[in-house]
Design a protein around this ligand. Structure first.
Ligand code: ACO
Length: 329
């Protein structure tokens, strides 16, 4: 038996934050942002709304796409590093929003790699035959941890959500392989210092802007290219395929130059790489999910196609998978 994606959906908020808007907020330029990152605009979640609101819309769309009833979902996993609250889990809030009772729900913290981590957990559980339809949601409001006075990070991030229903599929289809990794020794390269149990919220932490993301961009850049290209190479080698067998690569959309570096190192032609970075920037866990949904809905993936998703994020974490698409879109 295989386990794979039988329904996919995504949602981004309407509000657009353009490079021209950012030029008015920090010392930057459209030209710098486009050439150094490939990003032109990103979406921002409205005030009063949260990751669960974005995730709920994506979840409903994924369930509709799967052609099942919400009551047939028997677990929700939500990948997020920007949960609505420290607790309860955003997965529980989404469960309530979509009206399902008495199923296990939990959040998963693997930053930008969270969607691929979540798909792998779902695949493994489906293969135990104890669950039939697992909803994997990736929902992020990165704008809430972004310091809009820090030009080195604020140009990169945006908000959005994606969801997939993972279920039993035909033999030799679905998620064929996943490679996951992490290196906690690099946890100091990308983090939000305050608001957790180490440095709880206080007037001082707010004054010092410690609830915003801190990042060592150029070090991360180098590690990201190596970790993502190594992950793709592992997937290719251990499945005894070549890069040309893969119809579409769906990389994390953090920086166009990181994507180009990975493609070069793993011998992937750029015309096989799905890009939507210029519209959304980096939506953390949601990035590869939104990209997968857009690729599927625009007809770039058809039944029998091999696709490879690859990501990298805080932790540090990294992840890649190989999927034989089983849906007839
Ligand atoms: N506008 C104008 N100038 C800028 C900006 C900006 N927005 N940001 C930085 N600069 C300046 C710097 O101050 C520096 O100036 P200096 O030379 O006078 O000191 C110069 O541009 C070059 O800075 P670098 O940091 O070397 O620029 P780089 O080419 O590395 O690009 C970037 C920076 C875009 C942040 C890149 O390093 C990057 O994308 N890193 C990876 C980020 C990432 O992927 N994070 C992980 C995922 S996020 C998650 O998991 C939640």
């Amino acid at each position: 038996m295989g386990a794979g994606i039988i329904g996919i959906g995504s949602y981004v908020p309407d509000r657009v934050l353009t490079n021209a808007d950012l030029e008015k907020m920090v010392d930057t330029s459209d030209e710098w942002i486009v050439t150094r990152t490939g990003i032109r605009e990103r979406r921002i979640c409205p005030e009063g709304k949260a990751a669960s609101d974005l995730g709920t819309v994506a979840a409903i769309r994924a369930v509709e796409d799967a052609g099942i009833k919400v009551q047939e979902i028997d677990m929700i996993i939500c990948a997020t590093i920007t949960p609505d609250m420290v607790f309860p889990s955003t997965a529980c809030i989404i469960q309530n929003n979509i009206g399902i009772e008495n199923i296990p729900c939990f959040d998963l913290s693997a930053a930008c790699s969270g969607f691929i981590y979540g798909l792998e957990i779902a695949r493994s559980l489906i293969e135990t035959h104890r669950y039939r339809n697992i909803l994997v949601v990736a929902a992020e409001c990165m704008s809430r941890v972004t310091d809009y006075t820090d030009r080195t990070t604020c140009v990169l991030l945006g908000d959005g959500a994606a969801a997939a229903v993972v279920s039993k599929v035909e033999d030799n289809y679905g998620i064929l392989d996943t490679y996951l990794g992490a290196a906690g020794k690099y946890s100091n390269l990308l983090y939000v210092p305050a608001g957790g149990s180490k440095i709880p919220a206080s007037h001082e932490t707010v004054d010092k802007r410690m609830h915003f993301m801190k990042m060592e961009g150029s070090t991360l850049f180098r590690i990201a290219v190596n970790a993502m290209s190594d992950s793709v190479k592992k997937i290719i080698e251990r499945n005894k395929i070549s890069p040309e067998d893969i119809v579409l690569f769906i990389p994390h959309q953090a920086n166009i130059r990181i994507i180009q570096g990975v493609a070069k190192s793993a011998c992937i032609a750029m015309d096989r790489v799905f890009l939507n970075i210029e519209k959304y920037g980096n939506m953390s866990a949601a990035s590869v999910g939104v990209a997968l949904d857009e690729a599927a809905k625009s007809g770039k993936i058809k039944k029998n196609d091999l696709i490879c998703m690859v990501s990298f994020g805080a932790g540090l974490t990294w992840a890649a998978n190989l999927i034989k698409w089983s849906k007839n879109d």
